[in-house]
Design a protein around this ligand. Structure first.
Ligand SMILES: [Zn+2]
Length: 217
């Protein structure tokens, strides 16, 4: 996998600190599954966080703190065991952390039509933003939009080009509210992406205003 676009440091620091919403954390974990470079940067961020913890003044703990910690460790261990029990052969365009949510190949999912050449699946993770898979047909572009918050995109299959550059499988687009873009699928293959936001998108232009009330992205 030839990855050219990675997360910025702020995103990886937030991931290491555990402060990203669930969907964005899932998306980061999916990219890390494929990207040794970002995995290494997260380990560095975690090491910095660990070093800072050592400098914090100790405080007295509540009486049940140890029991709480042990029960949380049980949950973490259960999650680890279930990740070890994943099937040995994953579809190559579904990273292991996402497989847990989809339980199948991208071709077998119950895609819902969103507009001309665009299908989606909402992962319904709850919280403030949205986490969804988007499947866009060759030559089709997503309506022009800006962001009122942050948006992370991970390309699972195919590729697109926008004002920022060309993005193909494994690449991430790490966008904040400043970016105004219109991705267009640039090969004869569908482009399938995982997209996580921490607030709704704002579409601009006539088409955008037309679809906004229906899709609520
Ligand atoms: Zn990376």
């Amino acid at each position: 996998m030839n990855i050219r676009h990675h997360f910025d440091d702020a995103t990886l620091m937030a991931y290491a600190a555990g402060t990203l919403p669930e969907g964005m954390a899932l998306l980061v974990a999916c990219h890390l599954h494929w990207c040794p470079e970002c995995s290494h940067r997260v380990k560095q961020a975690e090491a910095v966080g660990g070093a800072l913890l050592h400098r914090i003044e100790p405080k007295p703990m509540p009486a049940n703190a140890l029991n709480d910690l042990m029960s949380r460790l049980d949950d973490d261990m259960a999650a680890e065991v279930s990740s070890l029990m994943q099937p040995a052969i994953l579809p190559k365009d579904v990273p292991a952390p996402l497989h847990h949510y989809l339980k199948g190949s991208l071709d077998d999912l119950p895609w819902k039509r969103l507009g001309y050449g665009v299908h989606h699946i909402d992962l319904n993770l709850g919280g403030k933003g949205t986490t969804r898979l988007l499947k866009i047909a060759p030559g089709v572009s997503v309506p022009h939009h800006t962001h009122s918050g942050n948006e992370l995109t991970l390309i699972l299959r195919g590729s697109y080009t926008d004002e920022v550059g060309r993005f193909s499988a494994g690449d991430v687009a790490d966008l904040d509210g400043e970016i105004h873009h219109q991705p267009i699928v640039d090969t004869d293959q569908d482009c399938i992406c995982l997209i996580a936001t921490d607030s709704p998108l704002k579409f601009t232009g006539f088409m955008g205003r037309l679809v906004q009330p229906f899709i609520g992205m």
